[in-house]
Ligand binder design. Sequence first.
Ligand SMILES: O=C(O)c1ccc[n+]([C@@H]2O[C@H](COP(=O)([O-])O)[C@@H](O)[C@H]2O)c1
Ligand SMILES: Cc1cc2nc[nH]c2cc1C
Length: 350
Amino acid sequence: MMASEEKQHRTIEPVNHEVREQARLHVDQLTKPLGSLGRLEELAIELAGMTGEAFPVVTPPGVLVFAADHGVAVEGISAYPQEVTAQMVLNMAHGGAGINVFARQIGALQKVVDVGVCSPVEAPGVYSKRIRAASGNMLREAAMSVEEAERSLAVGIEMAEAIIDEGAKVLIVGEVGIGNTTASSAVLAALTGADPQTIVGRGTGLDDAGWQRKKAVVREALALHKPDADKPLDVLAKVGGLEIGAMAGAILGAASRRVPVLLDGFIATVAALLAVKIDAGVSDYLIAGHRSQEPGHAFVLEALGKEPLLDLHLRLGEGSGAAVAFPIVEAAARMIKEMATFASAGVSDR
Ligand SMILES: O=C(O)c1ccc[n+]([C@@H]2O[C@H](COP(=O)([O-])O)[C@@H](O)[C@H]2O)c1
Ligand SMILES: Cc1cc2nc[nH]c2cc1C
């Protein structure tokens, strides 16, 4: 690991195996046939190990949405115009986006953070942590400098710490940024050697011609920059995005505070892979919320070894899929805390 990457985050402790084991034993004493709550049991046990609490508390969750624009948008790689990024940030500030609805539904703390939308979005409730006005067009130049990449991670860490200090017990990271499925595909291909042909999808809904163009853009950008798979900051700087870096930082920040991270869609999960490449210890703090329609999402989940809780054919981003999955995480935490044991309820064990 490069020294500059080391200083980006605090230490990430391994999960607490002792508490994990305690939780496993307790789950087996609850009034249900052994193993009958399936993945909810595994989730409760994992949450116990992550938090170090045999009865983990997961409410309230916190949602951080990072917004940025992408220079590569001029190449015609999205179905929507670049202005949508700023317009959606404003919509989020007014509470009208999908993520606002689901965040309210789950009682989440919410913050929207501008890390590099083309033109600044000034509205109450939007945190301005701008690193630059959009990333560079990766077909012509690096998306950002290594120093800017480091700053994007630092902003993510800072925002994660802020929302955790306000009480968030599980972190959901989301994003908005027209063009960011192109950047995420390039990052994923650079980190794993995946073929752009198999991982590049239609994003917001590209037609066939746009999809072919997008694959060519990713291939050409990788050939131009030759990012080093062993240097996550090099990959982020050359072909990534400001919100992707900020999400990776927020994930590192949460893991270093033993706060479980509930992953959203393709872009957020690629950011998680970047975080894992920076510190492998992050992996134990990740829960995959859902599987998005973007084909690269199944690939990156596989690379992380994570099985998603839901597959609702979503492809919105913003943290929406993770927010919709959150009640399942809450069910696991409530199960271990509130269910009676065979002994306490006087039910015959086998
Ligand atoms: O989360 C996902 O899996 C996801 C899949 C496709 C699209 N998106 C969202 O759509 C935008 C990126 O799509 P595009 O086509 O502009 O690259 C960005 O704002 C994302 O939040 C999100
Ligand atoms: C309308 C719209 C909303 C979004 N939210 C996240 N990405 C988005 C992309 C579009 C186009």
